[in-house]
Design a protein around this ligand. Structure first.
Ligand code: PLP
Length: 433
């Protein structure tokens, strides 16, 4: 064991023995080199006032060397905010601004102790850091049967974790916190579980209500009281797009420090929230009462970042930071929110209008996010998907035998009726076959 990793482990143990127990083998072994190139370079930046011959970039006239063909197109930004490496943890100001945003939008975080967000290469990378640090072969990763398919690769294939699914909905079409609790308690012998909570949910577009949210927190607390160490990960990819009377905060705020055996982790980012999918800017944030433990987890996170991507893209971080600081940001975001809400409401109005026969489909509850999901009663989802593509020029996503995901996020409100008419017609075509 590298002495730095050993020291981080000691700090984590001293802060909370259970969090140490949650770490994977890799999580225990990883560390961020203190005396390596990056820290020597940082020291030189602070103190070497004559020449700084440390950094692995090229400079000219005091700024990063750059090509005019690029700078001409990006002239609104200074070369120093584009070309050099961003720190492995991300631009410090971006981290601060994101933390402030998190507090503003999640009042339940008020007074809670949690770390500074570390910048990731968007949410996929944040989830993969969680997998690296906490998932050991055979550990259970618990999430509902309706989920983002990439969890399978991130946790299952890459880290050999065992995926444990539970039905997302009860018969009454509410969040199935009993199913979550049972899945958790099934890990009593192992004494550890990773839970992924994703609201607004991909693919259904569901976010639980206040009471359901409390039940989720209660289920996790009950598991912790039963002696299970729980890494509770909030995948808040679609955060903020809450169109109805659901929870409007991340459960991270409620889960933060509820029990010594619960480590709450928030994975979020600008990807979907600020409509910058290809920029690849996300964050990972841990909650703990213990500052030393938070610092150690941050160092381990930086170790994973250094070992995989070294640091995130600098221009994207600058773009997102400038947007977040802009006085026009809030108004522009509200405008887009209203467009998305308008589409969600339109879909619901169409489906509830009686225009389509009730026999062909029902829809899973949706109140948020980018998507909704139809449950097909008379035809197979994959067969319908292919039929719609080839005969109507309409692309949808088939999930399992019965579910068809429709991203209303990318269809104009006035085109939604045409879209659902096509899906309905497609079903009728196949029924006649
Ligand atoms: C639930 C969920 N989490 C995470 C992601 C990944 O987001 P990113 O593009 O920021 O990596 C997605 C993207 O589709 C998603 O639907």
């Amino acid at each position: 064991m590298n002495p730095l990793a050993g020291q981080l482990n000691e700090n984590i143990k001293a802060g909370n023995q259970h969090v140490y127990e949650m770490l994977s083998g890799l999580g225990r072994a990883i560390y961020f080199p203190k005396e390596g190139i990056l820290s020597q370079s940082a020291e030189a930046t602070a103190h070497a006032k004559k020449y700084n011959a440390t950094i692995g970039i090229a400079t000219e006239k005091g700024v990063p060397m750059h090509l005019d063909v690029i700078q001409k197109k990006l002239s609104a930004f200074s070369p120093k905010d584009l070309y050099g490496y961003a720190p492995p943890a991300g631009k410090p100001e971006l981290r601060t601004v994101w933390r402030e945003k998190m507090l503003r939008e999640n009042p339940s975080l008020e007074g809670k102790s949690f770390g500074n967000p570390v910048v990731t290469n968007a949410l996929t990378h944040g989830l993969s850091i969680v997998a690296d640090l906490f998932a050991e072969a055979g550990d259970a990763v618990i999430y509902p049967d309706k989920n983002w398919e990439n969890y399978e690769l991130t946790f299952g294939i890459r880290r050999l974790a065992e995926i444990v699914n539970y039905p997302l909905f009860t018969d009454e079409m509410k969040f199935n916190s009993k199913g979550l609790l049972e899945a958790l308690l099934s890990q009593k012998d192992r004494g550890k579980a990773i839970v992924v909570l994703n609201f607004p949910n991909n693919p259904t577009g569901y976010t639980p209500g206040l009471k359901e949210g409390e039940e989720i927190v209660e289920a996790i607390k009950t598991a912790a009281e039963a002696g299970i160490n729980v890494v509770a990960v909030c995948d808040d990819a679609y955060f903020g797009l809450f169109f109805e009377d659901s929870l409007k905060e991340s459960l991270f705020g409620r889960l933060a420090n509820i029990h010594p055996r619960v480590l709450a982790v928030k994975v979020d980012g600008a990807t979907k929230e600020e409509f910058v999918w290809g920029f690849r800017v996300g964050f990972i944030t841990y909650a703990s009462e213990d500052k030393e433990l938070l610092a150690a987890l941050e160092q381990k996170t930086l170790g994973i970042i250094r070992a995989t991507i070294s640091s995130g893209a600098h221009p994207s971080q600058t773009f997102v930071l400038e947007a977040l600081k802009s006085p026009e940001f809030a108004d522009q975001k509200e405008e887009k929110f209203q467009i998305m809400k308008g589409r969600a409401n339109k879909v619901k109005a169409l489906l509830d209008s009686g225009k389509y026969g009730d026999d062909v489909w029902t829809y899973y509850p949706f109140n948020s996010g980018y998507f909704m999901c139809l449950k097909l009663h008379t035809v197979a989802a994959e067969e319908l998907r292919l039929h719609l593509i080839h005969n109507y020029g309409l692309g949808t996503i088939a999930l399992g035998e019965t579910d068809l995901r429709i991203a209303f996020s990318c269809i104009e409100e006035e085109q939604l009726e045409d879209l659902f008419d096509m899906v309905y017609a497609g079903i009728r075509d196949l029924e006649k076959k």
